[in-house]
Design a protein around this ligand. Sequence first.
Ligand code: EPZ
Length: 419
Amino acid sequence: MTQERRLYLRGGIPLEGDVQVHGGKNTALPILAAALLCDEPVRIENLPDISDVRLMLSLMEGLGAGIERESASVVVVDPTSLTSITPDPALCQRMRASYYLLGALLGKAGEGVIARPGGCAIGVRPIDQHIKGFRALGAQVKEQCGLLEARAAQLHGAEIFMDCVTVGGTINVMLAACRAEGNTMIYNAAKEPHIVDTANFLNAMGARIRGAGTDVIRVRGVSRLHGCSYAVIPDQIETGTLMIAAAATHGDVTLHGCIPTHMESLTAKLLELGARVDDYDDTIRVFAPGAHRAVSFKTQAYPGFPTDLQQPMSALLTTARGTSTIIETIYDARFHHLNEMQRMGAQVRIEGRTAVINGVIKLHGAPVAASDLRAGAALIIAGLMADGQTEIRNVHFIERGYENIDLHLRSLGADIHKA
Ligand code: EPZ
């Protein structure tokens, strides 16, 4: 039996130096699925080398797509040879973003069958809005024996009002609609950078999507999509995690190849707690020599404070002076990391979707386990701040979304290794 890898950290070292941000996970996954819609091969660059991307590529290969890896970050997808409309159910259950294959298959082949997608355990995660969108476009959608089937002789444009702001729902409807007959309007659309990047990629293949990044998106259906070469935007959440790590360790880190405007809600909070943040074109410097003040925030859809950074940020706040209150509005179970950090001396009270953190002077290292991807990132931040050794189990969660985070942090001076 192979032993699960663990991360070992010794904290208390200020992170210092320069680091390059990788391509975005939550952009790469829909863009890969979107490549299936094309009628010619497509080249995608700046993919992060993470397990979720590898899983998406396996799912696509299983459908008959040609996948040629030019390097760890560049892939050519040939979607002209699809032989199946059913991505491997066991693999779908391992990753929520597998749902993008349903929108793409529906748009390309008029039918798709997926197992209900899995993903990180952070609360209830329905996909009713995706289904509502597909139905509005004229698809028959039914679920039996855990499989979701969507079929349409011809998709046609429709007016769709999303009942909640959903990243996945907005993108999935865009995927299905871009080859539908006529115009589709998506109201109450999500505005995350991933939406804009996926729309830009679809447009680079000849789709006609306007309004991505606002809450009304218009898709004019086209009959054909052509090949292109496209680079995925930098990872907003990796950028934020590294910014928080720099501040948490009272370090001085310059991040390169990132998009400062995507980070404004986090930057505002880091300034409020006493760190300094300097933005340049595609570079952000975070330095934080002094003590941190407690700050409070609520997670929100973009441009609000992202739920995916709530966990790393709340880890930092466990040692800020005073009491921080965090309200998690997106998911109902995204505080497991704070429970785990109580083993490291964090003082936290959790009531439903609210966490109240009383800052302590220091955390101490302890054996802890990641319960999901960003919980793992939060435990890394905690370990970087703590006295003594922290051992993090369930590293596979972290590997879903952070490329070589141990090497990244080590290049900034952290005492961290995987074994
Ligand atoms: C995406 O998930 C991200 N995943 C998540 O990142 C991220 O937390 C989330 O967006 C919010 O920013 C990917 O991009 C692969 P949603 P998604 O649909 O699209 C409710 C990470 O750590 N909802 O925007 O699945 C839902 O329950 C991951 O990288 C419905 O009610 O999230 C949630 O409360 C975790 N019905 C809220 O909307 C639906 O049909 C937002 O979910 C869809 C969603």
